[in-house]
Design a protein around this ligand. Structure first.
Ligand code: SF4
Length: 350
């Protein structure tokens, strides 16, 4: 482990304390934040409004960046998968997705994942470790460097590798940095956190930071859900929906329910009608995600006609139900396809 302070791990308030403990006036924290996030400078010697002595001290005692960008792979649809190397040699992936006026970064919260959802490549490789707040935030800084002069990140989604609510403390700290004026200055309305359904943490999150929530349902009955997602044995569908129903949502905000459509597993008209019954009365939108096939995977994408029928049943019951267009499938960057394996992603790097 490093013996120098990783400054991107600190919230603005923590940075103020750290600076004061170093015997410096509190405004130094503001200067550091402007350099680190406003100007994307990592070298303390380039921070010219800091005294020479303080810069030398910072060089010995702290560092700014946690990640090294190893490769970028671009799909024909413009989706870019970024591979980052962490200080201990582990790798994580983030995905930049262009959708009209929106440019979304999908970020990872853990190396691997412990939840073992049957359809997910990340889950198959198991959990290796949690990311620090700095490693989460640094994915955004790293992605910004890949943007063209006309591009600007508009949205962030915690939908990459890992279950963000299983790394609660670091994820919440990262959100504090991402939304701070002198941090990366994102609105909480532009940040969506996707969860497999950790009931106590969903409640805790709603009391902590007002980001948008996306809940992975993927089945309309508990038996099917347990087969797809072992977490359903700990927090069954009914318990999950009950907590979602009670969440205090800001005006005009809705919960997104994610529903992966898998051929012959959960894509029948009966399942669509059951889903409509389950979600009756929710302020919700339903995001239907046709399964992205990958070599060796157990499951198949349903035929287009069945996807359309599923959507239509929900719409006839007055739900907002959209079908998410598959982005990045050609570079294994689509939902559920991220892995920690460098080999898996470096074949066509730039
Ligand atoms: S879908 Fe999410 S929670 Fe499930 S195994 Fe994959 S990364 Fe983990």
């Amino acid at each position: 482990m490093r013996d120098v302070a990783p400054l991107k791990n600190l919230t603005p308030t923590e940075l103020e304390t750290w600076v004061q403990e170093a015997g410096q006036p509190v405004y130094r924290a503001k200067q550091l934040l402007k350099w680190i996030y406003g100007r994307d400078v990592e070298n303390f010697q380039a921070m010219t409004d800091l005294s020479k002595d303080f810069r030398a001290w910072l060089t010995r005692k702290a560092h700014v960046s946690c990640l090294r960008r190893e490769s970028v792979v671009t799909d024909v649809d413009g989706t870019r998968k970024l591979l980052f190397r962490l200080w201990d040699g582990e790798c994580i992936e983030s995905v930049l997705i262009n959708e009209g006026a929106r440019l979304t970064l999908c970020i990872s919260s853990q190396v691997g994942c412990a939840y073992g959802c049957r359809f997910c490549l990340t889950g198959q490789s198991g959990w290796r470790r949690d990311l620090s707040a700095g490693e989460i935030v640094d994915q955004v800084c790293g992605a910004r460097r890949e943007l063209g002069p006309e591009e600007r990140l508009t949205n962030l989604v915690f939908m990459g590798m890992g279950e963000p609510l299983a790394n609660f403390h670091q994820v919440v700290k990262a959100i504090e940095i991402l939304t701070a004026d002198l941090g990366l200055n994102f609105s909480t309305r532009k940040i969506t956190l996707s969860t497999v359904g950790l009931v106590p943490e969903i409640e805790r999150l709603s009391r902590t930071v007002p980001v948008k929530l996306a809940v992975s349902l993927h089945a309309a009955d508990s038996d099917t859900r347990s087969r797809l997602m072992p977490i359903n044995n700990r927090y069954p569908l009914e318990q999950l929906l009950e907590v979602c129903y009670r969440l205090p949502l800001p005006p005009r905000q809705r919960i997104t329910f994610e529903y992966l459509l898998i051929d012959g597993v959960n894509d029948s008209p009966a399942a669509a009608r059951q889903l409509a019954r389950l979600l009756k009365g929710f302020r919700a939108k339903i995001n239907l995600i046709p399964f992205n096939e990958y070599p060796g995977g157990l499951y198949r994408r349903p035929p287009s006609i069945r996807i359309a029928e599923f959507q239509q049943i929900l719409q006839e019951k007055h739900f907002t139900a959209t079908v998410r267009q598959s982005r990045g499938a050609g570079i294994m960057a689509a939902c559920g396809q991220l892995t920690h394996s460098h080999q898996a992603s470096s074949a066509s790097s730039d």
